[in-house]
Ligand binder design. Structure first.
Ligand code: IMP
Length: 421
């Protein structure tokens, strides 16, 4: 069995800048696969001077000759997918020639999107801050064994199955007092399902494993480790396994097939939506990080919460994913700080710990190590030898704490601005 599956994923709460790295790595692989999540993701790709935000399309979509797989672990919204494919078509790419979809991929229905909205408005203070793309309700139906899958759209009784599930959802709307009228949604959904029928559907486990016998593949994670439904800050998480194990279940690949795991992190932290964030900053420093890092959501446009780098959380993410190569993003956004802080431990109930507490409501006080800022404009630097000593000391400190080499450092938004070490 050849170890030819490499995985790239986020180590924090998403938005680590995966798009840029996946975009650059994708060019080195003849195939790229999405294994979880859905149109809640937003990976910014640059293509012939255009910027394209890939939501459900794998990031190899603009690479000639690259095969793009949507795996069984993904939740696919035919309407959002058709819209995205039409955008790609404007850039000269017919997604139908480049994308293969697992018959087992879960289908997001219009009522799933509305369930997200209905649950969030009923949740009051307990809101998750969902992207409202129907992700949670679709995974709920998958686990409840009542969901629909892409393969179902080819069956003659698809409308019947759809109606059955829709009726379950209509009952929930009634219970929640949520107003919903399906008419408008249904026509648009039917059109999008017709479009989806024109794609090549595959028995993805066979396809992927046969491929890996011959050639490498890159598995592309969405969201981030701390949003994993099992290992994240539950219940403030997404509903899939965003971690390396999710690549195995979301593609039907054995763990022994996995070669490298690229873990991407930002030199600070951000989070959108609700939930614990131990190093969050509510002051001018947090505002400055948001401004400098342009920390506003790619899918929702929401301002992101910002804070210092959290090594307790990052170490946890490295362990869970078995990261072999770290990729550090956006350290240039810290160019203009006198002091840079890194959280190296938590104080919980008066005790110092280096472990993430499993209770979401634990009162955590971050313990910081301070670094002198490098106060040098690093944006656009691609030559490691010109990096200032305080910056390299900072990098060496992180590597020592995390026990994994930082193989790539990205200092600036341009695709070419990557230092490979
Ligand atoms: P959902 O996945 O849309 O249900 O959202 C659940 C939580 O995950 C919310 O806090 C979202 O803001 C967060 N989330 C979902 N997708 C992303 C992403 O791609 N980047 C960052 N956060 C995300």
């Amino acid at each position: 069995m050849k170890k030819q599956l490499d995985i790239v994923l986020g180590l924090q709460w998403g938005d680590e800048g995966k798009g840029k790295i996946v975009d650059s790595l994708a060019g080195r692989y003849p195939a790229v696969a999405r294994f979880q999540g859905g149109p809640n993701a937003g990976h910014s790709l640059q293509f012939n001077g255009n910027n394209f935000v890939a939501k459900s399309l794998p990031s190899g979509i603009f690479r000639d000759g690259c095969v793009n797989v949507i795996g069984n672990g993904v939740v696919l919204d035919p309407q959002a997918f058709m819209k995205e494919c039409k955008e790609a078509a404007k850039l000269g790419v017919d997604a139908r020639e480049r994308v293969l979809i697992s018959r087992k991929t879960s289908l997001i229905l219009p009522t799933h999107r509305h369930l997200d909205a209905a649950y969030e408005s009923a949740a009051g203070k307990g809101k998750i801050g969902s992207t409202l793309r129907g992700i949670g309700p679709t995974y709920t139906d998958k686990a409840a064994r009542v969901g629909l899958r892409v393969g179902d759209i080819m069956e003659p009784d698809f409308e019947e199955k759809w109606n059955k599930l829709k009726n379950r959802h209509l009952d929930i709307f009634k219970q929640l007092g949520y107003e919903y009228s399906p008419q408008a949604d249904d026509a648009a959904y039917r059109e999008a399902v017709d479009y989806l029928r024109t794609f090549r559907l595959i028995n993805s486990e066979y396809f992927v494993n046969n491929w890996l016998d011959e050639k490498p593949m890159l598995a592309e994670g969405a969201q981030g480790t701390l949003l994993d439904v099992d290992h994240g800050s539950y219940p403030f998480v997404t509903s899939s396994n965003t971690t390396a194990g999710g690549a195995c279940t979301g593609l039907g690949v054995a763990p022994g097939r996995v070669n490298r795991v690229y873990g991407i992190f930002k030199a600070y932290c951000t989070r959108v939506g609700s939930g614990p964030f131990p190093t969050e900053l509510f002051d001018e420093t947090g505002e400055k990080i948001r401004r400098t890092g342009h920390e506003f959501g790619a899918v929702t446009g929401r301002p992101r919460r910002t804070g210092w780098l959290d090594l307790v959380a990052l170490k946890y993410a490295v362990i869970i994913n078995g990261v072999t190569d770290l990729v550090m993003m956006k350290a240039d956004c810290l160019d203009d700080f006198e002091t840079i802080k890194v959280c190296t431990a938590y104080k919980v109930g008066g005790e110092i710990t280096k472990e993430m507490p499993s209770e979401t409501d634990a009162a955590i006080e971050p313990v910081y190590t301070e670094f002198k800022g490098w106060n040098t404009d690093l944006c656009g630097v691609t030559d490691e030898s010109v990096l200032p000593k305080p910056f390299m000391d900072y990098v060496a400190f992180l590597e020592g704490e995390l026990g994994v080499p930082i193989r790539m450092i990205s200092l600036g938004p341009d695709r070419e601005t990557i230092i490979e070490r």
